[in-house]
Write a protein that binds this ligand. Structure first.
Ligand code: FE
Length: 335
């Protein structure tokens, strides 16, 4: 009797497998160089092909326009505000998975399973080795101190990375405090906000400014580009804190599209992305901080120093995004 049961369960399993198109469709804001090693490893392990559409912008608009006919199963993006935006637009579905719950700490996922964090990155200070003594940058609040007048470079005040930091500042300082703080940073800028994170570090190297806001992984990227190595070696990474808390971090993450046509394959892909194996690929290829228990940053990243992350809840941070954008516009940060 047990033999018969065994046989029938095998048959059920193979029928279920045969019924699946062996593919999963991904819309990604993350770059091909990072995603390719992950999808290759997933396909090698499961036989499921991954089709990736790489987008620079407009993912939410595209999903809304496609509606239930969208081929997309999974979205990949950085920034909690983009993940939260997809959830708010009703484009995602709740995913429950014991594997993913074990791999992703509760602070880094939606309680209902609509989005799941995969890696973290800190937004820190790049400081000139020549012109900024160690220990000079302690807090984010300090960036508004007049001692930095004419010495700070940063990218646009309306970029997602800046808005994430400003959202955290609203949570810590209140709206009025955050606005005053942001005005103080504007008053200290060496030049109008322009360019990406790496352009700020180039400006430090060129002597235009002394400190810049930037995400941690760009140090690794610069060290891999011969033209940018001199920029990288001209700076030191300092990990500031919000007073009484920690260093500002944001996530990259994944969500399943509400209308996903290939749900089982999508779940398998999401489970793979949270696995220690995939997290190590993120850590090695893009110099991010993996979050699965037992995983570690690459030796290079670990060498930049350890830090305590801000204890701010990511969803609360995302909830301040509209206020952050309004403040950035009110203080005319880019003007
Ligand atoms: Fe980036």
């Amino acid at each position: 009797m047990s033999y018969k049961l065994f046989l029938s369960s095998i048959m059920a399993a193979s029928i279920a497998t045969a019924g699946l198109a062996d593919e999963v469709n991904v819309y990604s804001y993350r770059q091909p160089e990072l995603i390719k090693p992950l999808t290759d490893a997933f396909t090698a392990q499961t036989g499921i092909n991954v089709n990736v559409a790489f987008l620079n912008k407009g993912m939410i608009e595209r999903l809304v326009a496609e509606g239930d006919r969208s081929p997309a199963d999974v979205i990949l993006t950085v920034d909690i505000s983009r993940l939260a935006g997809a959830v708010e637009a009703g484009l995602t579905q709740a995913v429950q998975s014991d594997t993913m719950s074990a791999n992703v700490p509760a602070d880094f996922r939606d309680p209902d399973g609509h989005w799941w964090g995969l890696t973290t990155r800190a937004r820190i200070i790049y400081a000139s080795r020549d012109r900024v003594p160690e220990g000079e940058v302690i807090t984010y609040e300090d960036l508004a101190d007049p001692k930095w007048e004419g010495r700070i470079c940063t990218r646009s005040g309306t970029h997602a990375y800046t808005l994430g930091l400003l959202s955290a500042a609203i949570q810590h300082m209140g709206e009025t405090g955050a606005k005053t703080w942001f005005e103080g940073i504007k008053a200290n800028l060496a030049r109008k906000p322009q360019g990406n994170d790496r352009a700020q570090i180039k400006a430090i190297w060129a002597g235009e400014c002394d400190i810049a806001l930037g995400n941690t992984y760009y140090m690794g990227k610069m060290l891999g580009d011969p033209e940018q190595v001199p920029w990288a070696t001209s700076v030191r990474l300092d990990f500031p804190v919000f007073e009484g808390s920690g260093t500002h971090v944001n996530v990259s993450g994944v969500a399943m599209v509400k209308s996903a046509p290939n749900q089982e394959q999508a779940l398998a892909f999401m489970e793979f992305l949270t696995s220690p194996k995939a997290q190590e690929i993120y850590a090695e290829k893009n110099f991010e901080y993996p979050i699965a228990p037992g995983t570690n940053p690459s030796d290079l990243v670990a060498g930049w120093g350890s830090f305590t992350a801000d204890n701010l809840n990511l969803m609360e941070m995302a909830a301040h995004r509209a206020d952050a954008l309004r403040i950035a516009q009110e203080v005319d940060f880019d003007g």
